[in-house]
Design a protein around this ligand. Structure first.
Ligand SMILES: [Zn+2]
Length: 175
């Protein structure tokens, strides 16, 4: 996917997470949720910006099992901390970033080489050219699906009304 595509899909996925995570009961506290989702949004462009030196494009940085492994280990570290505290916040932010990187890799799948089995062996399942109409269709379809799922969620209304605290003016008029 193009950089623009990763930014758009990353922001759309972040909106979905903001709506869904409070209900998911993962142990993440509401006070750190915006930071974790922000790290997730950055993670969506992470793999393409961490290819240092002579590293080949879409090898180690796009190896999904590094991120899956890290998230699994990090979540285990959160258990004894009961998900709260400074260390837990730091770990949550790294988990958010890693989840963003995984989203990036999934979005790269229709565009060619991804190292599914070995980090240095990218495999092409299908290849959509960046300058094709199909590229735009794929990018915008992903964005649309993420936004529609977020907005169609009953949690979206709850999240919106709670954050707006619409009861305040009502209570002021009707104490
Ligand atoms: Zn990439």
């Amino acid at each position: 996917m193009t950089l623009d595509g990763h930014i758009k899909t990353g922001l759309a996925a972040s909106i979905l997470l903001l709506v869904k995570l409070p209900e998911a009961d993962l142990g993440i506290s509401a006070s750190i949720l915006p930071y974790v989702v922000f790290a997730f949004a950055i993670g969506n462009i992470g793999p393409d910006f961490t290819e240092f030196g002579g590293m080949r494009h879409r090898t180690h940085t796009h190896y999904p099992w590094y991120y899956v492994g890290f998230i699994s280990v990090a979540y285990q570290l959160l258990l004894p901390l009961e998900f709260v505290g400074e260390y837990a916040t730091f770990i949550w932010i790294l988990i958010g970033y890693s989840a963003g990187c995984l989203t990036h890799i999934v979005c790269d799948i229709p565009y060619g080489k991804i190292p599914y089995l070995l980090p240095n062996r990218p495999v092409t399942l299908c290849r959509i050219p960046f300058d094709s109409v199909l590229n735009r269709v794929v990018e915008h379809t992903v964005v649309a699906v993420l936004i529609v799922v977020a907005l169609a969620s009953p949690d979206a209304a709850v999240y919106f009304f709670q954050s707006q605290d619409l009861s305040a003016p009502f209570l002021a008029v009707h104490p």
